[in-house]
Design a protein around this ligand. Structure first.
Ligand code: NIG
Ligand code: FE
Length: 410
């Protein structure tokens, strides 16, 4: 059955914009008084509502909107860690009291604390907690999210996490893309060197991840408290040889990871708060998407990723929430992207591109991220007649309506 939705005061399609570099708002395609025909989960036609409605047939459904709404593509949060158990409020109190994140990690808090709690949670407990967060994402207008493992750090617990992520994807309307982050840190109870841990993952875990079709994406945290550039180099080479696509938690506190990401053709290099002009130039001259995580900067009270410089140099910039129990507990992509945009002087087009089609590219999803014929009918509508109002309210104007694959969610 076909369905026509509209009229929207404006549809900002995000169509026809380049993947890389700066974007200016006058280049946005804005359809005034627009409508969208949907059939079998896809957009089949988009244009002025009055013209589209002329093609109406007797059994077509018309979802007529009263009032002002601006439509955007559903947001894509391409970096989250929403599969976890427990809270790290204790870490947060220490951090705002002045203890650095890496020092808390050295004292046994940080990621290891979440690993301990996530291991203790059984499958159903983790499923319920992850499912609640996934539902919140969708209600916030995020129609696709990436979710990492990385709080299990044994073969069994990493598989448990990836299976939870798959089950939430299957049971809920939001699409979740799982990523294996078994190389988050070397677990404190692993008997062996860091390199032996990575070898263990490569031999014992990744073949199972592949066999069971749990993920085709491998991530690693390259940082002082996690894995060195040399260890990362070894791991990424092997993971690529096994046929995985790779990505890196890079340059969060010290530069290094992004060079590796570019060297190994990573789909994305994420964080980049500590990237210097050298790393910015490398990323700009590569096909690796630079992923800013403003939620981690806000959560840790550190500088934002140099987004303005990255875009001016010609990089592709995506923006994600990094929702996790430690460094980024807020998990509110729209608010974070709006705040990042204000600090980094991003145009509306650059900010929204970062949470739509540029984020889709980081997940290698070519079927979403813009509103155009042939794409998934994942869309959100804000209660205004002027798209500029959306980021102006810095996250407080929420999507009033959300459709996932054409289905009205709320
Ligand atoms: O992306 N940087 C490493 N990993 C996560 C943090 C996870 C945590 O603190 O639990 C991040 O910020
Ligand atoms: Fe992260």
């Amino acid at each position: 059955m076909r369905k026509l939705i509209g009229p929207f005061s404006q549809i900002v399609t995000m169509n026809g914009l380049p993947l890389k570099g700066t974007l200016h708002d006058p280049s946005l395609e804005v359809i005034e008084k627009g409508g969208i025909w949907i059939e079998n989960e896809l957009i089949v036609k988009i244009g002025p509502f009055e013209e589209l409605i002329k093609n109406r047939q007797s059994d077509d459904e018309i979802e007529e909107l009263g009032g002002d709404y601006v439509a955007l593509p559903g947001m894509i949060d391409a970096h989250t860690h929403i599969c976890f158990a427990g809270s790290r409020a204790r870490d947060y109190v220490l951090r705002v009291g002045g203890t650095p994140y890496l020092e808390i990690a050295r004292q046994g808090g940080g990621i290891w604390d979440s690993v301990t709690k996530t291991r203790q949670a059984d499958f159903n407990q983790l499923l319920s907690q992850t499912g609640t967060r996934a539902l919140r994402l969708l209600n916030d207008g995020v129609t696709t999210a990436e979710v990492k493992s990385g709080y299990g750090l044994t073969v069994e617990d990493e598989l448990k996490m990836l299976k939870v992520i798959r089950e939430v994807h299957q049971n809920q309307k939001i699409d979740l893309i799982g990523t294996c982050l078994a190389a988050h840190i070397c677990p404190k109870d692993f008997e062996g060197t860091q390199k032996e841990y990575l070898t263990h993952i490569l031999h014992e875990l990744l073949p199972k991840v592949k066999e069971e079709g749990l993920s085709n994406r491998i991530d690693i945290f390259v940082e002082e408290s996690a894995f060195s550039v040399e260890e990362g180099d070894f791991f990424l080479r092997k993971a690529k040889e096994m046929g995985f696509s790779v990505l890196v938690h890079a340059d969060q506190f010290h530069p290094g990871g992004s060079q590796l990401a570019v060297k190994h053709g990573a789909v994305s290099a994420d964080h980049l708060e500590a990237s210097t002009d050298k790393e910015i130039a490398l990323l700009a001259n590569s096909d690796t998407i630079a992923m800013a995580l403003p939620g981690a900067s806000i959560g840790l009270g550190v500088e934002f990723t140099p987004c303005r410089k990255l875009l001016d140099a010609g990089a592709a910039l995506a923006i994600a929430s990094d929702w996790n129990p430690g460094s980024a507990p807020m998990g509110d992509l729209l608010t974070q992207a709006a705040i990042l945009g204000a600090y980094e002087k991003l145009s509306f087009a650059e900010t929204i591109a970062g949470v739509t089609f540029r984020a889709a590219a980081a997940l290698a999803l070519s079927d979403r991220g813009t509103l155009e014929t042939g794409k998934l009918a994942d869309l959100i509508a804000f209660p205004t007649n002027d798209y500029r109002e959306i980021l102006y309210h810095q996250g407080k104007m929420r999507p009033a309506k959300i459709w996932k694959k054409g289905e009205f969610i709320s």
